[in-house]
Ligand binder design. Sequence first.
Ligand code: ADP
Ligand code: MG
Length: 619
Amino acid sequence: MSDIIQLLPDHVANQIAAGEVVQRPASVVKELLENAIDAGATSITLLLKDAGKTLVQVIDNGKGMSTTDARLCFERHATSKIKNAEDLFNLNTKGFRGEALASIAAIAHVELKTKQENEELGTCIKIEGSNVVSQDVTSTPKGTSLAVKNLFYNIPARRNFLKSDTVETRHIIDEFQRVALAHPNIAFVLHHNNNEVYNLKSSNLKKRIVSIFGNKTNEKLVPVDEHTDIISIKGFVAKPEFAKKKRGEQFFFVNDRFIKSSYLNHAVNSAFEGLLEQGSHPTYFIYFEVPPNTIDINIHPTKTEVKFDNEKALYAIIRATVKHSLGQYNVAPVLDFNRDATLDTPYDFKNKPSVSTPKIIVDPTFNPFKNETLDKNPVQTEKPRTSSTKTYQSNFKKDTGSWESLYANLKTESFSSTNTQEELFESEKETETGKTFQVQKKYILSTIKSGVVLIHQTLAHQRVLYEEYLEHITVKEANSQQLLFPINISFSTTDIEMITGMKADLESAGFVFNEITRDTVVIGGIPTSISESQITLILEQLLDDIKLEVPDASFSHFDVMAKSFAKSLAIKTGTVLSGKEQETLVNNLFSCKEPSVSPLGKPTFKTLTLQEIDTIFSK
Ligand code: ADP
Ligand code: MG
């Protein structure tokens, strides 16, 4: 038989390599930004069109390239950053593989303009799918501009695989933030579809963090600082009360490179032990400096995972350092009169022996069953509706009991407060179906013809709300209540981008935006089903949910939004429900289109037939 093995042509090999290096526009952004930094730039501009799908362009004022290098840089394994294998163990640059530009040029239309400082003229090269289309002498400022157009134009499958613009933008902004946080001394500008998203001046670390995540970040940060023989640690952690319910803003950098490390994340988390409510995550920006020869960043092609030589020691040092900082700085709270007080944890709680951050936020005055007529003579045997909400509302105090007056109008003749003889007799007399009982402030037990049904109150209510929202949002008839005083809420630039992207969807849910600026949203109207005090938390939850969802291209925010609202607003475990409320919930649940599962796929109820009950007792 004849020989069948052949070497792949370069452009094919490059396309294959591109599969690893370039997953999405954000990968291009990362590679180009890193090249600009390696070139010693002090000012870097990133221009995007259509979430990078149409254009990613990085302009730097770095050292530029000679004409020969400009041509060579698109060859595979062409790098100026290492010369031999030993160099791999002493890397001070971000790139070293020499495959980014070759890969990108294989799957896009690329235009490079570059000039070195002491040259009169620069070079302009155009490449399409690895083919050089033109090379000219050009007049261009010192530095390099690399424009990547129509990514994946020659690989339709990859192009179709890209997610919605919102999601791709999100990925790009993640990369941009990581690079910008790693290099506060470099000025960065980001424009998307001709809108300026970021304009970050060269500054110090704290200012950089604040300019990315918004002014409100300033007072949240506590510095960490430690220097040992094997590691230097600096940076900031956010005070425990600012921990995020979902994914915190969590950043580790090693030698100015963003890394992910669940092991070190664990170290930080453990330093926060006892200070955070379960399920919330600390925010941190922690920078390590270690000798380059003690880490291996080469274990993953996209280079966010790192292997340390002395991981265990690092764990202990990080934990101790963060703990120390928290102990030192997490003292009396700072009053800031420019803030909306309803956004703060009430200060009374900070003096309590165990400080707890808010976990579940429910407006105690919010009554999902407010259309029901309420009993005017409450039997207050239990504290209703508060168990999981008590840390949030700043206007009631845990110990004084004054808050109870808030519930004076709420009906509480529930079966969970069965101390009253009368009720007991009442319920004993009941034999007809449809009677409900609350169990452990968590479940509702109801008699049905065939036996009993056990309903999870939170999950059931989520289902009810979810279907309600979905209906309102999709038929675009959501009712909006106008606010007497518009609410100003500050957000990070990223979140503002996302809110802008979802504006239309949010509006059809009943939100009215008076203004959206670079870091503030002014809300003039909200859905009728939501109360004013819940707005910030609902929006934050929604942003978190959307970030986690990473939905596909056909994605509409409606569903995520409906789920998110349902989750935020559903009555929680620990909420005492009156008989009437239980009944309404049960009825509403069973008039849902899909009563048996929560919007997140968990079962909402379980029935136990008489037969099944009988078998239990016939053994
Ligand atoms: P690597 O960064 O791994 O070396 P790349 O393919 O990203 O590989 O870049 C190849 C080479 O092109 C780099 O080593 C560098 O010499 C040169 N280069 C790329 N981008 C720039 C830039 N913005 N300014 C100056 N030189 C650059
Ligand atoms: Mg590179």
